[in-house]
Design a protein around this ligand. Structure first.
Ligand SMILES: *Cc1c(COP(=O)(O)O)cnc(C)c1O
Length: 434
């Protein structure tokens, strides 16, 4: 399986190179170049197959020559002490719970796997620096996944006042591998600093820098696996077409689903579920996303005006625009409908949805109504309801039980350094800690 940059005429690279580079040196983002048909490998799997078994069987085939079956299985076991969980509701809907990881959001899957793979792929005799921007709990997920990895330092950039839930024993100054730096600025400043650092080829070479942010294609592959997992769990019960409904912010999860389809997963469509920040609305006319004012909603992870995976989306549509039009169905859901859907699902099935999952559920319903066709839709539950306990309990009038692991990550932490949002300050801060 090879990767290339979204810019044309750049060299093809292996998965290992793509992961360790983070971003292509030429610019753009890595996308899949050649795709294998994996149907023969997962069509025979049945609902008894575990997530780790699926990974151990499929990843060495996808990464032939890069990951042998034994290592693939070790990486899967090392990365995951949690699993996706398919919860059938009725003839028309199932929910794929992706919130069983350490921080209660689906991002734990991509982060856990990329951390285990970077450790496997990185040189033994040299430190590798993994630079990431984080807000809310992504930092906790990254620090958790990268803690105690051989020869890896995980530098995490936070916007002002958002560091919490880290284990201070894991910090570099205490002998661990985590270096939290607070940037006096916004999350966008943190992301810009990462892009700028990655362009400083001198610095990147000296410290072997890569990133664990979703711009690294290494985060997408493990997300592809849970679509395949959902398919093997649901396939026996299917009597109609299969769809997935995906709450979309930066569109990484949707791209992972599209890769699963490219690997041969039989699926009839994806609902791209957005909130009022409907970044996809203008995409079809002229293939651009017009940046709009960001609206604040009750599903904050979807409050994205310009998705970081935009170039990857474009590469799909450039390849086969008509096919994509029949494969991806964008829907926009307002807060009121999000809340009424949370209530409806609670009344009908006794299940609490977090607001992001409710956006996807509402979008799936709306999409099926418009076309007036029968589907079975797997709705991706991307967040644990307890993460958004306030909105959930206010909407349902019920108290939401908070699992202990999610309660702990609210505790505030002191960063190792607080710096202004300038590239030279960042680079000298990092250098002084190495
Ligand atoms: C990050 C996030 C999303 C959006 O996922 P993308 O891959 O950025 O589209 C959806 N729901 C929750 C709960 C999230 O944390």
């Amino acid at each position: 399986m090879l990767f290339r940059s979204t810019l044309s005429d750049t060299p093809r690279v292996s998965y290992k190179e793509a992961i360790l580079n983070g971003l292509p040196p030429e610019g753009g983002l890595y996308v899949l170049d050649s795709v294998m048909d994996m149907r023969q490998f997962f069509l025979y799997m049945d609902s008894e197959t575990t997530f780790q078994e699926l990974l151990s069987a499929i990843s060495p085939v996808l990464l032939q020559g890069e990951l042998n079956p034994l290592t693939a299985s070790e990486v899967a076991i090392d990365a995951f002490d949690f699993e996706p969980e398919l919860q059938p509701l009725d003839e028309h809907y199932s929910i794929l719970n992706l919130y069983n990881g350490p921080t209660g959001v689906f991002k734990d899957f991509g982060i856990a796997y990329i951390a285990a793979l970077i450790e496997e792929f990185a040189p033994y005799d040299k430190k590798t620096m993994v630079l990431s921007a984080a807000r809310r709990d992504t930092g906790v997920s990254i620090a958790h996944a990268f803690d105690k990895r051989k020869n890896i330092i995980s530098v995490i950039l936070y916007p002002s006042g958002t560091i919490h839930g880290l284990d201070e024993a894991a910090f570099v100054e205490n002998g661990g591998g985590v270096l939290p730096i607070q940037i006096d600025g916004t999350f966008d400043d943190c992301q810009r600093l990462i892009t700028e650092t990655m362009k400083d080829r001198d610095f990147v070479g000296r410290y072997s820098v890569t990133t664990a942010n979703a711009i690294n294609v290494g985060r997408l592959l493990p997300q592809t696996f849970y679509y395949l997992y959902a398919f093997i769990k649901v396939k026996k019960r299917l009597s109609s077409d299969l769809r997935f409904s995906v709450p979309c912010g930066n569109f990484g999860n949707l791209i992972a689903g599209l890769y699963a389809w490219k690997f041969g997963m039989p699926v009839n469509g994806f609902v791209a579920a957005m909130n009022a920040n409907n970044a996809f609305a203008n995409f079809f006319s002229g293939r651009t996303i017009t940046p709009k004012q960001r609206l604040t909603t009750i599903s904050p992870a979807l409050d994205v005006c310009f998705p970081s995976n935009y170039e990857r989306l474009v590469s799909f549509y450039d390849e086969a625009p008509l096919v994509m039009r029949n494969m991806v169905f964008p829907q926009s859901i307002d807060d009121e409908t999000t809340r009424s859907t949370m209530k409806e699902v609670w009344m009908k099935y006794g299940i609490m949805l977090d607001p992001h999952t409710a956006v996807a559920f509402a979008a799936a319903k709306k999409s099926a109504e418009i076309k007036n066709e029968e589907y079975h839709t797997v709705v991706l539950a991307t967040g644990h309801p307890a993460k958004y306990a306030e909105v959930v309990s206010e909407t349902l009038g019920e108290t939401v039980a908070i699992p202990e692991k999610l309660a702990v990550i609210k505790k505030e932490c002191k960063p190792t350094a607080c710096i202004p949002p300038h590239l030279d300050t960042l680079e000298s801060t990092i250098a002084s800690c190495f």
